[in-house]
Design a protein around this ligand. Structure first.
Ligand code: F6R
Length: 364
């Protein structure tokens, strides 16, 4: 049941500190502070390239993983949505590994992409939330998310636990490839271990986000901007808003604004900026300035250092804990989920069963 919550989605958002913790417990050895994935019948050190395929929110998890694995593990990664990948018949490298991400483990396009990759000799790894699912059964290696059943159609805790597993995978590949030093691994493991605590802190912004939702509920269009690891989170925030509140929203790479979408901006378009104070902060900040200068109402999601630099330029701010760059995407997901949730509740839409959507897409 929903317990004390009004919707499954709300319950599942609030479960995130616990289920991220459960997922970390499965893969982190607390004694050694190292990550230990299940034994695999191959080594990532032999992999020439990694192909990640998924749909929807799970695809955005793949985009975050691309950034992590290329940056910290030195392995080239291609990411695609399953419905495009499968019909393009892409050539796949000898010695390649293909990774499929699916909460349900039953998404038909993702399964078809898996079968194609297998036919092209790829080693098959999957990240699923349902251990007995078809995608799990057809994989060489299965990495589980310990999110528990996700009932709300809009994926929330499945996404952040996928990110948690992908973070562990990126660290493992980095270790095998020799691109991640022992102390760097220890620092990332330490930051990951603190994510449940920080996620619980982020949930304290619920009331503030409920108020902010009032400003968004009447908008026709909403833009979400991010860079680097923030870009997939911008797209995820936009997807959450459109699917449950039916407001048109787009997630954009902040640096792409001046190549077209900035033409859309006027006072009526709320702009949600996802900008932890990482190495890209100054760049994102200047994109935010450009948007604000054109009358856009900016909701700025950042941390203490970021807000003290730029907070006065925004119409509203959300302050998240200052965390290591690596783990920021997991935490910055939570406020965009809560914002979408409250906009939908305010509009009175069916949060858990949005129109036209099914929890598991087993048709093409
Ligand atoms: C969005 C959402 C969908 C799913 C997509 C893939 O909130 O839930 O975009 O992420 O249908 O589903 P799975 O992960 O089960 O393959």
């Amino acid at each position: 049941g929903k317990g004390n919550y009004n919707h499954f989605m709300q319950k599942e958002i609030f479960e995130q500190p616990a289920v991220i913790g459960d997922t970390l417990h499965a893969f982190i050895n607390p004694a050694t502070q190292t990550i230990k994935l299940p034994d695999m019948p191959f080594s990532f050190a032999d992999a020439t390239r990694l192909t990640i395929v998924a749909c929807g929110t799970s695809f955005y998890a793949g985009l975050v993983a691309k950034h992590w694995i290329e940056r910290y593990a030195g392995l080239g990664v291609d990411v695609d949505v399953a419905s495009e990948f499968r019909y393009r018949c892409p050539p796949l490298p000898k010695g390649g590994v293909a990774l499929f991400i699916s909460q349900s483990g039953e998404t038909l396009d993702t399964l078809a992409a898996l079968r194609y990759a297998k036919s092209k000799g790829q080693k098959i790894v999957s990240i699923v939330n349902v251990p007995e699912s078809t995608i799990a059964r057809e994989s060489d290696v299965v990495l589980l998310t310990y999110a528990g059943p996700e009932i709300g159609v809009a994926s929330t805790k499945a996404f952040t636990t996928q990110l948690t597993v992908l973070a562990c995978l990126a660290v493992t590949i980095g270790r095998e490839n020799g691109t991640l030093a022992k102390d760097e691994e220890a620092a990332i493991v330490n930051a990951l271990t603190e994510v449940p605590k920080h996620a619980a802190e982020v949930l304290h912004h619920d009331e503030a986000l409920k108020k902010l939702a009032l400003d968004i509920a009447d908008a026709r269009d909403v833009l979400y901007l991010g860079r680097g690891l923030g870009y997939p989170i911008a797209m995820e925030g936009a997807l959450k808003l459109k699917e449950i509140s039916y407001i048109h929203a787009e997630g954009y790479a902040a640096g792409e604004m001046k190549h077209g979408p900035i033409a859309l901006i006027d006072q009526s378009v709320p702009i949600i900026v996802i900008a932890p104070s990482d190495e890209l902060f100054e760049k994102t900040a200047s994109n935010m300035q450009e948007a604000a200068a054109r009358g856009g109402r900016v909701i700025f999601i950042s941390d203490g250092p970021g807000l003290s630099k730029l907070g006065d330029m925004a119409s509203a701010t959300v302050e998240l804990p200052k965390v290591a760059d690596f783990v920021a995407p997991i935490l910055y997901t939570i406020p965009v989920q809560m914002l979408a949730y409250h906009v939908a509740v305010h509009k009175g839409t069916d949060v858990d069963q949005p129109r036209n959507l099914a929890k598991s897409v087993t048709v093409e």
